[in-house]
Design a protein around this ligand. Structure first.
Ligand SMILES: NC(=O)c1ccc[n+]([C@@H]2O[C@H](COP(=O)([O-])OP(=O)(O)OC[C@H]3O[C@@H](n4cnc5c(N)ncnc54)[C@H](OP(=O)(O)O)[C@@H]3O)[C@@H](O)[C@H]2O)c1
Length: 349
């Protein structure tokens, strides 16, 4: 790898977590949207670390941690990267919400990734609901349930013990809402330090974003370019294509960069971590350069506000339970947490 293909990690912006640790403003996503093999994605992790990335967003459900782990170890050894220089995230999947299963999942991720500790462990979704790989858009699992706060906290408290034991440095949540987060912040012994949510220019999630910042959660934005290659089950008429939006395209033309890079510059300057996915070395490099060079001007940043269209791409409909009417039930859109009968019904216990 030539010198032009590397960025000094010290040049990459970072954000400070509760407790003082730093997290880079950009990391490599490792969910291949069902398109790439574990080997392809692990190779991309190696390229990313050599290029100058120091944050990797993993998850047990991506079914590639056991292949990524050895690549992390080899690349760190070859490049002289020390453990404290990299920030590795993993996530507990929805089929492991029982406390013993959540603990076992963390131990498995640590073994697969070849690590003594995770920099962050996120609870992937607030629901213990799963779906088949390549599930149809209208697939429903009959065992699916609404959010049950007491059960979530039993799992959460089990994970807090892994923080005490030194296996997890920071706890985090993902795919949450303000009503659920409010309860978690009320009942947690160790407050979550990170909130990973869908964020791209056409889906800016202003309220949840501000709530997270106000409560000392560093925000991680997933699908930062609008996930153009997301699984077919997650594609719907009316979804906005961020990278084709006229305002994004106009800025890309003015800066002579790809619209993907505009999305990433916007994320960093707004103040959240972005975790773009790519297995292509040129894109991996371009994405890192995007956050270290030629920031958006105040006028461009202002123009990015106009891209907001409330265009949620990962609607989560495959996690709905019998009795719920719409994917909106997953997102507490009226400020309350729906129960067994969906919108308007009493929160489940
Ligand atoms: N917590 C959660 O529930 C959750 C959910 C979803 C995702 N995530 C995380 O977020 C990561 C990223 O999300 P994502 O893959 O859905 O969406 P994304 O990063 O917005 O989109 C990735 C796609 O963008 C294109 N791309 C990347 N860099 C580019 C560049 N420089 N120029 C042009 N095109 C570029 C590539 O498409 P081509 O292949 O066509 O070039 C790539 O496949 C995942 O890998 C995962 O780690 C987390």
């Amino acid at each position: 790898m030539t010198i032009e293909n590397r960025i000094d990690p010290a040049q990459v912006p970072s954000f400070v977590l509760t407790g003082g640790a730093r997290i880079p403003a950009i990391g490599l996503g490792t969910f291949g949207s069902d398109r790439f093999s574990a080997e392809d994605i692990a190779a991309a992790v190696g390229v990313a670390l050599r290029t100058g990335y120091r944050l990797i967003d993993c998850a047990s459900v991506y079914a590639n941690e056991a292949v990524i782990g050895p690549v992390i170890a080899e690349t760190m050894a070859a490049e002289g990267i020390t453990r404290d220089e990299v920030f590795v995230i993993s996530k507990v999947w929805n089929d492991a919400h029982a406390p013993a299963d959540a603990v076992a999942s963390v131990h498995q991720s640590l073994a697969d990734l070849g690590l003594d500790y995770l920099d962050a462990l996120l609870i992937h979704w607030p629901f213990p609901n799963t779906h088949e790989r390549f599930a149809a858009p209208d697939a429903r699992n009959p065992t699916s349930r609404p959010y049950i706060h007491a059960e979530y906290m039993v799992m959460y408290h089990a994970l807090e013990e892994l923080v005490d034991a030194g296996l997890i440095r920071h706890l985090g949540v993902s795919n949450m809402t303000i009503p659920k987060l409010r309860l978690v912040l009320r009942d947690a012994r160790i407050a979550p330090a990170l909130n990973e949510l869908e964020l791209h220019p056409a889906f800016q999630q202003g309220e949840l974003y501000q709530y997270s910042v106000d409560h000392d959660l560093v925000v991680i934005g997933y699908s930062p370019m609008g996930s153009p290659r997301r699984p077919e089950r997650d594609k719907f008429d009316g979804d906005v294509v961020d990278m084709e939006h006229p305002a994004v395209v106009a800025i890309a033309e003015a800066l002579a960069v790809h619209p993907a890079e505009v999305c990433l510059k916007w994320a960093t300057q707004r103040g959240h971590v972005a975790i773009p996915f790519s297995v292509k070395p040129a894109q991996i490099l371009a994405n890192l350069k995007a956050v270290t060079e030629r920031p958006l001007s105040p006028e461009m940043l202002n123009s990015m506000r106009s891209v907001e269209a409330n265009s949620r791409l990962i609607k989560g409909q495959v996690f709905l339970w019998e009795g719920s009417g719409s994917w909106l039930d997953l997102w507490d859109v009226d400020g309350s947490i729906p129960g067994w009968s969906g919108y308007g019904s009493t929160a489940a216990e």
